[in-house]
Design a protein around this ligand. Structure first.
Ligand code: NDP
Length: 342
């Protein structure tokens, strides 16, 4: 359960884990489905829903209510003719073992492919037909191809590069023929970026007191594309290193989520002399590309031309701490909670 609104980074104690019993059937008069939750997705946007005044596309949580997020579930009972018992679905569900879902437009049936792990439907192939869906794989795809307007040979910088979105952005950029450098917060992640995800180079931003200087080392001729997942000091330093007519895709600003006073950006004036295009985006603006994305990314994965890494925690009771860990960089890859494998 979500306990109440917060102003700092989420902590395990901001959520309450309760053990209880409930009848496992659809109550009379209820129209919808009863699902058993298998996997839950931990996403940065959940923190935004813990803020009372949140002027955005999705309302805040109600204190005392079950935490709601994306998940993969199996339909147990249904009186909605669009679903059958046994169907595997992805979409908005509760952080609980079983959830009654009225708004079945929140759910999408998963086309199971034995070559793709089921949990990848939360990260790599995250799918939902909701307008406010925020799924990492599609975010990387839409953000890189549509917002960054990449060209072969361009120099690409990705922050939070080892995360759910970042790892795919870097790999797509490599496949596009770009030079790619990522930043991340641990040595383990830096090694993964170079040795598993195929980035040309990577650095630990926490060990770089002069971020702008570090970027200059990796991009002596400047950055054409910055895929920004973090905002704050990293964005400020990137602005100084952008090339003329560079593009910044403002995907997320996780460094700012938990600050009551957002950090100021000092180098925004660089947009003018360098004619930089900086564009914020929400992946759901590009839902028309979703079928194409599923085919292309699914094929790339099955052909082993891309890899996708998940960080899976076992058990519903691990979910609060797992979500909190996103904000201190504990996740190595897409953060998933496995509630039950069946
Ligand atoms: P990640 O899997 O990348 O997890 C978050 C990572 O952010 C952490 O692992 C940590 O990695 C890094 N981080 C946490 N706090 C800070 C900080 N203060 N400063 C710098 N880095 C920090 O998450 P996602 O891939 O799911 O999301 C990445 C970004 O994309 C988020 O900002 C999210 O809000 C945004 N997003 C945007 C969407 C859109 O449609 N525009 C859709 C989905 C996500 P590290 O070790 O590198 O510090």
């Amino acid at each position: 359960l979500f306990r109440g609104f917060i102003t700092a980074a989420p902590k395990e104690t901001d959520m309450e884990f309760r053990v209880g019993t409930a009848e496992l059937r659809i109550p009379e008069g209820f129209k919808g489905v009863l699902v058993k939750n298998l996997y839950l997705s931990c996403d940065p946007f959940l923190r935004s829903r813990m803020r009372e005044f949140y002027n955005s596309y999705i309302p805040p949580f109600t204190p005392g209510s079950v935490v709601e997020g994306f998940g993969i579930s199996r339909v147990v009972e249904t009186n909605d003719e669009g679903f059958r018992p046994g169907d595997l679905v992805s979409g908005l569900t509760g952080w609980e073992e079983y959830t009654l879902i009225t708004s079945t437009d929140r759910l999408r049936k998963i086309q199971v492919d034995e070559k793709i792990p089921l949990s990848h439907h939360l990260g790599l192939l995250g799918q939902s037909q909701l307008n406010h869906a925020r799924m990492p794989g599609f975010t990387a795809y839409a953000g890189f191809y549509e917002v960054c307007s990449p060209k072969k040979g361009e120099r690409v910088f990705v922050s939070a590069a080892c995360g759910a979105v970042g790892q795919l952005v870097g790999q797509l950029a490599k496949l596009h023929g770009c030079y790619v450098v990522g930043s991340a917060g641990t040595k383990q992640k830096v090694d993964l970026l170079k040795n598993k995800f195929g980035f040309d180079d990577a650095f630990n931003y926490k060990e770089e007191p002069d971020l702008a200087g570090a970027m200059k080392r990796y991009f002596p001729d400047g950055i054409d594309i910055y895929f920004d997942n973090v905002g704050g000091a990293t964005l400020d330093a990137a602005l100084l290193n952008m090339r003329i007519r560079g593009r910044i895709a403002a995907c997320g600003m996780i460094s700012q989520h938990s600050l009551s006073f957002k950090e100021g950006i000092h180098n925004l004036y660089m947009l003018i002399p360098k004619r930089i295009r900086m564009e914020g985006f929400i992946q759901s603006d590009y839902l028309h590309l979703f079928p194409q994305f599923l085919d292309r990314i699914g094929d790339l994965y099955k052909e082993e031309r891309i890899v996708y890494m998940e960080d899976t925690h076992q058990g519903l009771e691990s979910a609060p701490a797992t979500l909190a860990g996103l904000f201190s960089g504990e996740n190595v890859g897409k953060q998933v909670v496995c509630v039950c494998r069946e």
